[in-house]
Design a protein around this ligand. Structure first.
Ligand SMILES: Nc1ncnc2c1ncn2[C@@H]1O[C@H](COP(=O)(O)OP(=O)(O)OP(=O)(O)O)[C@@H](O)[C@H]1O
Ligand SMILES: [Mg+2]
Length: 275
């Protein structure tokens, strides 16, 4: 039996033997409904991945970005500097740790979605130039399903759709999947169920979503993992610290470590099989 580390080494060896050059690297956290945990999860999953890999997190919430507040960082430059034509994307990188880099978003510049120089295409052209430096690039996106968000999701290798057990959040997750399909999204999708009261509630939530998606959209869903509703999450946010640093032995932290292993495996398998 391979352990996680051996599996990754083996997958990397297989990959180096193949002549595949289209890496699965960009992961967008999306939901439709606000407040499902996209920012909290992208930060903590990114941190977990950065313990073994090089990770870049880009806050692409155009309106109320708050990734930097969650980790108590005051960015010198933000993605606004890119959208307003002042800087290249690579000039906006903050090195939070040697392995975990950020491009922070901006708050209070609600107009920059409209009045700007850099388009989503230009953004992704610049992301492509940065790709060789990173193993994983995570996008924290805002809620809703506007053109801006859809254009980002369409260009991401993997969409991680975050929902909670609330029926409204499940419905919005379904709508996001439908919209992605309607926009000819050709990448992969994975589901995260956050704020579950227990495993059973998480499984039921996934089954409900899965049933609707298989019935109406004729598609099979991949469950990436579940995270319990945990008071240590709120405590970490109030402390403006990552949960994995603040309460690494909490239930939610253990689930996030497991999910980051899953993401790693998912990416490597996808790269090798080109699925
Ligand atoms: N597993 C959890 N347990 C308890 N509380 C949680 C959990 N996940 C998220 N939360 C709470 O939900 C709130 C919203 O989380 P977060 O800001 O990450 O959501 P979001 O999807 O990024 O929201 P938005 O759509 O506004 O960007 C957090 O402030 C946190 O208090
Ligand atoms: Mg958010």
């Amino acid at each position: 039996m391979f352990g996680q580390a051996e599996r990754v080494i083996e997958l990397k060896r297989l990959k180096s033997e193949s002549d595949i050059n289209s890496d699965v690297k960009t992961f967008a956290f999306t939901s439709g409904k606000g407040g499902t945990g996209k920012t909290f999860l992208s930060l903590n999953i990114g941190y977990a991945l950065s313990l073994h890999f090089k990770v870049l997190i880009i806050d692409l919430d155009p309106n109320l970005s708050n990734a930097n507040i969650m980790i108590n960082e005051i960015p010198k430059k933000t993605i606004y500097n890119f959208y307003s034509g002042q800087n290249l994307l690579e000039e906006l990188i903050t090195e939070y740790t040697p392995n975990l880099h950020f491009i922070f978003g901006d708050s209070g510049k609600l107009e920059y979605g409209k009045k700007r120089y850099g388009s989503t295409d230009q953004l992704f052209n610049q992301i492509k130039k940065l790709q060789h430096k990173y193993d994983f690039i995570l996008f924290d996106t805002g809620s809703g399903a506007g053109d801006e968000i859809i254009s980002i999701l369409k260009k991401s290798d993997v969409n991680i759709i975050v929902t909670s057990p609330e029926p409204t959040a499940v419905m919005d997750a379904y709508v996001m999947i439908k919209l992605l399909n309607g926009n000819n999204y050709s990448g992969k999708k994975a589901i995260l169920i956050n704020k579950c009261s227990d495993e059973e509630e998480g499984q039921t939530t996934f089954k409900n979503l899965e049933l609707a998606v298989s019935h109406f959209l004729n598609e099979k869903l991949f469950l990436l993992g579940m995270i319990n509703s945990d008071k240590s999450v709120t405590q970490s946010i109030i402390a403006q610290n990552l949960l994995l640093k603040n309460s690494p032995s909490s239930n939610a932290a253990k689930q996030i470590f497991k999910i980051s292993d899953q993401i790693n495996e998912f990416a490597h398998v996808a790269n090798i099989l080109q699925i």
